[in-house]
Design a protein around this ligand. Structure first.
Ligand SMILES: N[C@@H](CCC(=O)N[C@@H](CS)C(=O)NCC(=O)O)C(=O)O
Length: 343
């Protein structure tokens, strides 16, 4: 009997070597883009009554489908567990993932995953039941902490408690529903994750106001779109995201993009380059094999970055987040979002 390792090596050898554009070709010939999201993350990816995923992360799946296939509706958005989503990409079972995956050095060094564009700058925090009477992470010595299997959360917890010579116990539960159940039922004192995920997960409690998110933010978590490695697919997704940031720079949204493109002569030259038939995005389309009007389709069908943020997480949502108060604000407002030149 062959060893498992030998079988794996034989399987790997049988796979054809990747060439530029191979995954992009698979998407265009198949007519849909398989994109992995969390199965149930309010504000980020939750199925609506028709089973269609809605939310901030789901919108970046749509962005990619609008850019590559000209139709945001051709994103085949699938709910998948956290570690499974990375395994599925490596096994070539999906084209990209748009979820809470932090870009780290060792993950990026893994074959099979390309980290492409950071859509949300986050940091790790702690959620506690208010009944615990704790107001700072410094009081968490000896606590039992629930966290995601395979996550940076576990690594950061280990660093943080060790650096302070504080004891803790971890309940490392892969299934999110089971993990939250363990926390809400009191099996864990503390729930650790990215702060935004904590805000999202708190909404899944029977009484969200029974839980507090501590003020401590103990890590940097650049949550990043991951694709299968393919230079053209990576370019398409990275630049589609840059189009959304550039749209904000010039005040262009899904609502006004038709008026803007109807009168490009009246717009700044950079806007003509974004949307003109002989603009930079049309030149990129020819090189990458995208629809000529891909930039227009991204904005028309999905919107600018601030529009997507506002629709899913903004003041009119249960999150009530002001983009300008977060790290995700534009660099002109002191944030980290910095549109690259499209020319
Ligand atoms: N950003 C962390 C993961 C954070 C995390 O554990 N998120 C959990 C707790 S909410 C999760 O299930 N997130 C939603 C999801 O993407 O499934 C990492 O990349 O390792």
């Amino acid at each position: 009997m062959k060893s498992l390792l030998a079988t794996l090596l034989l399987t790997a050898a049988a796979l054809p070597a990747a060439h530029a554009g191979e995954v992009l070709d698979e998407i265009t010939s198949g007519g849909s883009l398989i994109c992995l999201v969390s199965p149930n993350a309010p504000g980020f990816s939750v199925p609506d009554s028709d089973g269609v995923f809605r939310g901030f992360n789901a919108d970046f799946c749509r962005m990619a489908a609008a850019a590559i296939l000209g139709d945001a509706g051709r994103a085949d958005i699938r709910g998948t567990g956290f570690s499974d989503s990375m395994k599925t990409l490596v096994a070539r079972g999906a084209h990209m993932a748009s979820r809470s995956i932090t870009e780290t050095g060792t993950r990026d060094a893994d074959a099979g995953m390309a980290f492409v564009a950071t859509t949300f700058f986050d940091g790790q925090g702690f959620m506690v039941p208010k009944s615990l009477g704790v107001s700072s992470a410094a009081e968490l010595g000896g606590a039992t902490v629930c966290a995601e299997d395979g996550s940076t959360t576990l690594l950061t917890l280990a660093d943080w408690f060790a650096d302070r010579d504080m004891a803790y116990r971890v309940e490392n539960i892969a299934d999110k529903t089971a993990r939250l159940e363990a926390f809400f039922s009191g099996k864990c004192d503390v729930y650790a994750s990215d702060v935004t995920a904590l805000n999202s997960d708190r909404l899944l409690a029977e009484a969200p106001s029974d839980y507090a998110i501590l003020p401590d933010v103990i890590s940097n978590e650049p949550l990043t779109l991951v694709t299968r490695p393919d230079q053209e697919l990576e370019s398409a997704v990275f630049w589609a995201f840059q189009v959304m940031l550039n749209a904000d720079k010039y005040g262009i949204t899904s609502q006004n993009v038709d008026a803007v493109t109807a009168d490009l002569d009246d717009q700044p030259t950079a806007v003509a380059r974004l949307f003109g038939v002989d603009g930079a995005t049309a030149e990129m389309a020819a090189k990458l094999g995208l629809p000529a009007d891909w930039a227009y389709q991204v904005i028309r069908q999905v919107g600018s970055y601030s529009e997507v943020f506002g629709r899913n997480l903004g003041p009119d949502t249960p999150f009530g987040m002001e983009l300008s108060q977060t790290l995700n604000a534009s660099w002109e407002e002191g944030g980290l979002m910095y549109p690259y030149p499209i020319r």
